[in-house]
Design a protein around this ligand. Structure first.
Ligand code: COA
Length: 162
């Protein structure tokens, strides 16, 4: 069985991430979405909430699992016995950072390869931070994130305004 790990912070998951998960299922029999706590990014949503939103958004995809991973991604890959990391390359600007991460992960675990997929151009400009900014000003979210995320973003920013 071919298994791929799609790691990220997912604060929150967007339609761009979902597009990549769906594309991954053309290549892998199972995809594990591995959610990093990543406190240095000061996430808006706590890790359990990020996981819950991903689970809800991928409910129609039976071969997708969602897990939390702490520490180094390479160590997590070893523990799982999985060799493929899935990452998206949205634009040339992603390349340098992704190239560095792929080489670093391969140095830490020589059995690991990173597979890059190109998201649909419709989502190529989306980042989680940009979506949070749109939400903070009350902008329309439905084209960018699944309904569960749009609802939780609205609740978060209404709470902050009170
Ligand atoms: N569609 C929409 N948005 C996407 C996307 C896609 N296809 N692909 C990436 N993004 C967004 C992300 O949401 C994120 O947005 P943000 O910065 O506004 O939050 C941004 O693009 C990319 O962020 P980046 O920091 O590159 O990745 P990440 O937050 O998704 O995940 C980890 C990074 C968790 C994979 C990485 O930090 C990691 O492996 N950490 C564990 C520690 C470790 O092993 N370190 C050594 C390896 S570097």
């Amino acid at each position: 069985m071919k298994i791929g790990v799609y790691p990220g912070t997912f604060d929150p998951i967007t339609n761009g991430h979902l597009d990549l998960i769906r594309r991954s299922l053309h290549i892998f029999d199972r995809v594990i979405v591995a959610v990093a706590p990543n406190p240095k990014k000061q996430p808006l949503f706590d890790i359990h909430e990020r996981v819950a939103m991903i689970k809800e958004a991928t409910r129609d995809l039976p071969y997708v699992e969602v897990e939390i991973f702490e520490g180094l991604l390479a160590e997590y890959m070893k523990r799982k016995g999985v060799h493929a990391i899935i990452r998206g390359l949205r634009a040339i600007s992603d390349f340098e950072h992704e190239f560095m991460m792929a080489l670093l992960n391969r140095k830490l675990d020589s059995d690991v390869e990173t597979v890059f997929l190109m998201p649909s151009e419709e989502y190529s400009y989306i980042t989680s931070s940009a979506i949070k900014e749109v939400a903070s000003y009350g902008g329309l979210l439905k084209d960018f994130v699944p309904p569960v995320v749009a609802r939780r973003l609205r609740e978060q920013f209404q709470k902050k305004q009170k």
